[in-house]
Write a protein that binds this ligand. Structure first.
Ligand code: SAH
Ligand code: SF4
Ligand code: F3S
Length: 437
């Protein structure tokens, strides 16, 4: 029996893909290896969203040279967005790489690995046509990292073409799965003990299958018995509708959480990015969401150092963060991506300024995060327990519906259970409390 090891980089879509890939491989007689050194097949499921992410993977791949010299039969494969983007370049750069397979071809991965092993030939498979997979994988419980929380893909790809973003070119145009297929998959997971589903799409707010939009999917999925919670990521502000917000507000099982990246607070930069909204419109949407879904928590992404971003543009972003009072923000330093529209613009903000702006935004947000959490002290919150904390196993961690992380002490492992926790302390990252029996 051959053993496989997968390294996963990038977003939740990649985490799900790795699970599905592993499922397919287990079905095909593979076993899971605990580490690289005991694996016969080593796979890297990768991300291209920033150059830094790619360089890290190349350096990890390079470091496998010795392993491949010692065990030439080991198959080393590159998967994910970098495979789709780099194609033959990856084989040119890493001589000991055997296989390059893009995200649309995972269904035939077992065959590709076999071909690389049997023929001792390099294999590249990155076509977007013909075999394009629509997400219909058999979910294999053995491949899951946990049974009570699972991801389900509702669509893949993105048609938006934000000027800085490589995702549309590596993940292709939008294809949405039929609602019935999504619901069947959720039912199967719920029957196996799943309590929380996170629906995934690169730009999930553009889901469309026949007459169905995301709101239809959410309503139907939230009715699946056994399920306590439904989440969805990632939302694009230009497509978040009143109907979606009302659906969130009207259904207890749909989690009151929106990951809705703003990217910038400067209207000029937003226009250059091709985002389709202004800072004012974005803030209006945040307020509207809070009115319709009182418990809602909103998280956002920002890019600092987009070409031509002046101190004034940056100031506008800092202002937006102060006004929006997000639960959390992810801040990224602009990285020019080949083939994108912004690639033709001069990447003229220095690395130093990017770093400085990055740190400033994080500092502003961290004060807001801490203050927002202080407001919750004294409240009793419902928490879905994820299990023991990595650093302190006597503590359990979990999340509220609106995505606050809660830590509490417990002698028992309560993973997968819904518990009530009374909050008595807070840091910028987590809430602490005591479990209520
Ligand atoms: N599908 C998601 C975003 C996927 S990429 C959405 O549309 O919301 C995740 C985040 O990476 C983006 O929100 C953006 O903030 C950041 N990002 C994308 N391209 C980037 C680039 N070229 N440089 C730096 N950050 C980038
Ligand atoms: Fe990229 Fe924009 Fe599509 Fe998000 S909406 S994946 S940022 S192109
Ligand atoms: Fe990265 Fe691809 Fe996800 S570029 S962010 S792994 S869709």
């Amino acid at each position: 029996m051959r053993k496989v090891y997968i390294h996963t980089f990038g977003c939740q879509m990649n985490k799900l893909d790795s699970e599905l890939i592993l499922g397919e491989l287990l079905e095909n007689g593979y076993e899971l290896a605990d580490e690289e050194s005991t694996a016969d097949v080593i796979l890297f499921n990768t991300c291209s969203v920033r150059e830094h992410a790619e360089e890290r993977v190349y350096s990890r791949l390079s470091s496998l040279k010795k392993l491949k010299e010692e065990r030439p039969n080991v198959i080393i494969g590159l998967l994910g967005c970098m495979a789709q983007k780099e194609k033959k370049n990856a084989l040119n750069r890493i001589a000991h790489l055997d296989l390059v397979c893009g995200p649309h071809r995972y269904k035939i991965l077992p065959v590709l690995i076999q071909a690389a092993a049997d023929q001792r030939q390099k294999v590249i498979e990155t076509s977007l046509k013909g075999l394009t997979d629509n997400g219909n994988y058999t979910r294999n419980p053995q491949a899951q990292t946990n049974t009570f929380q699972n991801y389900v893909r509702v669509m893949r790809g993105c048609n938006n073409g934000c000027s800085y973003c490589i995702v549309p070119s590596v993940r292709g145009p939008v294809t949405s799965r039929p609602v019935a297929e999504i619901v069947d998959e959720v039912k199967l997971l719920a029957d196996n003990g799943c309590r929380e589903i996170t629906l995934l799409g690169q730009n999930i707010t553009t889901y469309k299958s026949g007459k169905n939009t995301l709101t239809n999917v959410l309503k139907k999925v939230s009715r699946v018995s056994g399920l306590d919670r439904v989440r969805f990521i990632t939302s694009h502000p230009a497509y978040v509708t009143q109907e979606l917000l009302e659906t969130m507000g009207g259904h207890d099982k749909i989690c009151s959480y929106l990951h809705m990246p703003a990217q910038s607070g400067s209207d000029r930069i937003l226009k250059e990015m091709g985002r389709g909204y202004t800072a004012k419109k974005y803030l209006g949407l945040v307020n509207q969401a809070r009115k319709i879904v009182p418990e809602i928590e909103i998280a956002s992404d920002f890019i600092v150092g987009f070409p031509g971003e002046t101190a004034k543009d940056f100031e506008a972003t800092a202002e937006l963060i102060k006004k929006a009072r997000f639960q959390n923000c992810f801040v990224f330093q602009y990285s020019p991506r080949p083939g994108t529209k912004a690639m033709s613009l001069d990447d003229n903000v220095t690395t130093e300024s990017k770093k400085e702006r990055n740190n400033l935004l994080l500092k502003i947000q961290s004060e807001i995060s801490a203050a927002r959490k202080q407001e919750l002290i004294g409240q009793t919150l419902e928490v879905l327990v994820e299990g023991p904390s990595k650093k302190k196993p006597e503590r359990q961690t979990g999340r509220t519906k609106n995505n606050f992380i809660v830590v509490f002490e417990s002698d028992e492992d309560l993973a997968g259970q819904l518990v009530q926790v009374k909050i008595d302390a807070a840091t910028a990252l987590t809430l602490r409390g005591k479990i209520q029996k």
